[in-house]
Design a protein around this ligand. Sequence first.
Ligand SMILES: [Fe+2]
Ligand SMILES: [Fe+2]
Length: 172
Amino acid sequence: MLYLRDAFPRERWTDALPETAAFWLQMHAGFRAQQAQMAQAATRWRSGALDPRGLHAALIPTLQTFLGHLDGHHRVESGHYFPQFRLIEPRIQAGLDLLDRDHDAIHADLDALYHAAVAFHQAVAGQSSDAPDQAHRLADVLDRAAPGLIRHLDDEEDIVIPLMVLKGGGGR
Ligand SMILES: [Fe+2]
Ligand SMILES: [Fe+2]
């Protein structure tokens, strides 16, 4: 699955990338930054630097943006780009199958994050004594979701960026 990256290694992913490839990397950089920001908020909560209201302010707006953008991003990838890539580069089917399966797995994580976030939000908004428990639960769900997401972003770039550069995929 890595023959495309071998042909166009990361060291050569420079400013001269086609627009769609550069935009793709920019989107992924945004997801990584949001994930890091949320992880940091969870760490501050666990260390006692934030109370539930503070965690709410530090986490929920970012999480809302993250969930919406990532869901939309996956839809465009699996619905538009991957089918196009399958035609352009039939040898990479197995790699694209893997990335599509990742999307399903990550979707389950996003769903769990959404539900944990709603429960936490309701506890904070209602000034419930349950808020700390819900905060811990949400922080745990965030932890569990992170490695799969980060790995997916890396794996996808290894396939998609060289494919767009070498095979001319990515046009609308
Ligand atoms: Fe993806
Ligand atoms: Fe992606």
